[in-house]
Structures are given as C-alpha cells and as structure tokens.
Design a protein. Structure first.
Length: 245
C-alpha cells in the first residue's frame, strides 16, 4: 500500500515529502473537516499525514467553509505548505496558547496513550506546539499502532555533545545511531542546528521511565516520546477513519 511520494500534480494536495498512503490522507483530511472551527489558532503538524490536514484547511478557507483560522507551523515544511495553502500564519513567539494542534506520529500506543515522533526531526518544536494546545489530535494510519512502542526514539542533541550523549544513551539501555542525510554525505541538522540520534531501546515496556531518563541527559534538547499529551487519535484504516479518544 505504500508508494514513494507525491501522486498529485498539486504539491499542496499531495502533501510533502514522505510516503503516500491513502489511509493517512483520509485521517488527515477528516481531522481538518471535523475539528477545525472559525476563530481557532491551530498548530500545524509535520509529515505526510498532516500535510493533508494543512491542504484541507486551505481548501475549507478557499471555499468559504472556514473564514477565520490562524496556523502555527511545527516545521519549515508545514510553514511552506501552509503558505501555499494560504492559511494565515502566526509565529510561535507571538502566541502562548492554541485551541488545537493536529500532528502526526511515527508510532502510537493505545495503552498509555503515548506516541513517538521525530521521524522528520521536528520533534522539539512539535512538542512545544503540541503542549500549547488545549487539544492535541494525532493523525496517522493503523499500521503505526503498536504496543509496546519500539520505534527508535529520536533524540535531538547539541553537535559537540553527540559522543558523550551517545554514551549516556547506551547507559540508559539504548543503541544510538547518528541520523545521516539521505545522500550519506553528512549528518542531518535540525532547524535548531542540532543533530539527531535515533536511539533503539527495543520494546519500550516503560516509556515513561525511558522518557524520564532521556529528559535528564545534559545536551539533549528534546526526545520523541510524547507522554500524556494526546487527546484523540484519527487512525486511517482500509476504508474509514477510527477515532480513539
Ligand atoms: C516529524 C514527525 C511526524 O509527525 C512523523 O514523522 C509522522 O510523519 P508521517 O505523517 O509522514 O508518517 O514526528 O518530526
């Protein structure tokens, strides 16, 4: 069901870089249709699923079904998509509260509820914008529901501290792997000028404990475990969207 990238001639409609998956499209669009109301300040998530949310908010604005929505982007990618969709944007430093954030996830566990994010390296800014929202809604597809979570946890780290942070991650039971650029000609740098260690902990039987350990490591800006933040999940399935609250 996964086809590499961007089926539509229209970049806004198709989302961004990433994997096209009809279930993600369904979940992303449905969240925009059901949740976004006039007067809202909306956090705009990063990734191929929320790209559909952004595009759909843009369509609702264009067609007059919405008139008054402001977005705060979680990344350069969502900023660019929101601009193309003509969603009025507010900078993060101009707001302290949001009505809702619609974001994506790399993995989702129904149990906690907990998500792992940061596959796009935007998790530090995403965590701020997700935490600012009265309501955090995750849009994703059914394949990303797993328990226990076992996606390597993205850890954003100060460049000079990468070796010692990697050592501390090993002491905490993780196997860190410096994220490299696609062309393998150097590491990925985040929008904050930092590096990302993808840290494999195997199954996260105690996600809260691991999150706490990572929180305590000096030199770590933030990690991709999002605990106790999620209010609802829009899970794209074969032919529908399941809503989990
Ligand atoms: C970026 C993220 C994304 O939300 C996550 O990678 C999900 O992306 P997609 O919707 O393409 O599966 O955390 O840092």
């Amino acid at each position: 069901e996964h086809i590499e990238v961007v089926p539509s001639p229209n970049r806004i409609k198709s989302g961004a870089e990433g994997v096209f998956d009809e279930r993600r499209r369904r979940a992303g669009e449905r969240a925009a249709q059901e949740l976004i109301e006039d007067g809202m300040d909306v956090g705009l998530g990063t990734g191929s699923t929320t790209a559909w949310t952004v595009a759909e908010i843009g369509r609702l604005l264009r067609e007059g079904e919405l008139e008054d929505v402001r977005g705060v982007a979680t990344s350069l990618q969502s900023h660019e998509l929101a601009k193309e969709a003509a969603i009025p944007l507010v900078t993060l430093d101009a707001v302290t509260e949001l009505d809702i954030t619609v974001d994506g996830a790399d993995q989702y566990s129904e149990n906690e509820p907990t998500v792992i994010k940061g596959g796009g390296g935007a998790h530090a800014r995403e965590k701020v914008i997700d935490a600012m929202a009265d309501e955090l809604v995750i849009t994703t597809d059914e394949e990303k529901a797993t328990d226990p979570l076992d996606y390597p946890v993205p850890v954003e780290v100060m460049p000079d501290a990468r070796e010692v942070v990697a050592e501390w991650v090993r002491e905490a039971g993780g196997e860190p792997d410096l994220r490299m650029a696609e062309r393998k000609d150097g590491p990925v740098f985040t929008a904050n000028g930092n590096l990302v260690l993808d840290c494999d902990f195997g199954g996260l039987d105690d996600a809260a404990g691991t999150a706490q350990e990572l929180d305590a490591i000096p030199g770590v800006l933030d990690h991709g475990i999002f605990l106790d933040m999620v209010d609802a999940v829009y899970l794209g399935t074969g032919d529908d969207v399941d809503t989990i609250t």
